[in-house]
Design a protein around this ligand. Structure first.
Ligand code: SF4
Length: 338
């Protein structure tokens, strides 16, 4: 397959994850390293990458996070509003099963449970094909808005809790192998987006250790720090204390951000007691010197697909900015997306 240098430049010429545009010579060298993978491409959807979409209305946007958008089982593209580029998503929960039920969750037909067994060879082939399409095809030009044509990361996320997959550790190993094949080890991030509830399972801890060596990062969900709030927002009975223990173990293995969504329910913002409990939780993390990267603070960006959808609404931007400032007073960085 001929390499398309302009498209490649669009893919890798960005600074966010540290992949700088190198000379064309360097990139062709990368392409030669990847040439061993070309035979795989035809098996796993590269035709789709090069076919493009019919018009600009169908380009991927920050509002289109459909896991089916690439027509693959595990791998899908996401344009990330936070990072302003393309994230290669890996959905291990192909059965739409999660051990939580967050009232703002955007997973359709969400059901309670764990990820099904992972077909590791298929996942590897899909990831190789997808990366080749991004790095060598015209996927970006055909499918991604001009302002977002850069590769940010690989993200273990999807239609449920990714660490519920029994093969989580092997999945991380496999991603590391594929990144190595493409000469990308350490130059793009590997992000785990998790509710944090299963992170002390031995296989998950081993996976986190491996992730740290792959420029990994954990986004650990914490929407409430009270038992009642966690039951109401996340439908989990896992206590804030258990979440703190998991956070402690996780942050010491791999760089970790707390990820928090705040919104109105029935027209009301979170109560003062809820907000104070959240700040107290963060203050305790600071007191214990848990090495957090900071807080990723989100408003309500996309419509919930849960029963409670009609009861949820976005908080005003200034409200979120004011709360972000309260977090910053604790000495934690805040990355706010309204
Ligand atoms: S943890 Fe994530 S996938 Fe699970 S219910 Fe909550 S938002 Fe949905």
């Amino acid at each position: 397959m001929a390499m398309q240098v302009p498209a490649l430049a669009a893919v890798i010429g960005y600074a966010v994850t540290g992949v700088e545009l190198q000379s064309a010579c360097d990139q062709h060298d990368n392409a030669r390293k990847m040439s061993a993978n070309y035979s795989i491409l035809a098996q796993c959807g590269v035709q789709w990458f090069n076919r493009g979409m019919p018009d600009s209305a169908t380009k991927l946007s920050i509002f289109d996070h459909s896991r089916a958008s690439a027509g693959l089982r595990y791998v899908y593209p996401v344009v990330s509003r936070r990072a302003g580029g393309v994230s290669v998503g890996i959905n291990l929960n192909t059965n739409n099963a999660c051990n939580w039920r967050c009232i703002y969750c955007q997973v359709p037909d969400l059901r309670h449970g764990s990820a099904p067994p992972v077909d590791l060879p298929l996942l590897g082939n899909e990831l190789r094909g997808f990366l080749a399409g991004l790095l060598q095809g015209d996927f970006m030009a055909a499918n991604v808005p001009a302002e977002a044509r850069r590769l940010n990361d690989i993200a273990l996320s999807g239609n449920g809790e990714p660490t519920s997959a029994a093969e989580f550790e092997q999945v991380v190993e496999l991603i590391g192998q594929v990144l190595g094949e493409f000469g990308l080890t350490g130059s793009i991030k590997l992000v785990l987006i998790t509710n944090g509830s299963l992170l002390r399972r031995p296989g998950v801890l081993r996976g986190l250790t491996r992730m740290a060596r792959l420029n990994g990062e954990v986004w650990f969900k914490l929407d409430s720090a009270t038992p009642a709030g966690r039951l109401r927002i996340n439908h989990t009975r896992q206590t804030p204390g258990a979440a703190l223990e998991n956070l402690r173990a996780t942050a010491r293995l791999c760089p970790t951000w707390i990820q928090t969504a705040l919104f109105e329910v029935d027209g009301l913002p979170p109560s003062a007691a809820e907000l104070q409990a959240f700040l107290n939780f963060l203050a305790r993390c600071k007191d214990e010197a848990i090495p957090l990267q900071g807080v990723l603070l989100y408003g309500l960006a996309r419509p919930s697909l849960q029963l409670e959808a009609g009861r949820l609404s976005a908080l005003p931007g200034p409200w979120l900015e004011s709360f972000a400032a309260e977090i910053e007073v604790l000495g934690l960085a805040v990355n706010l997306s309204t």
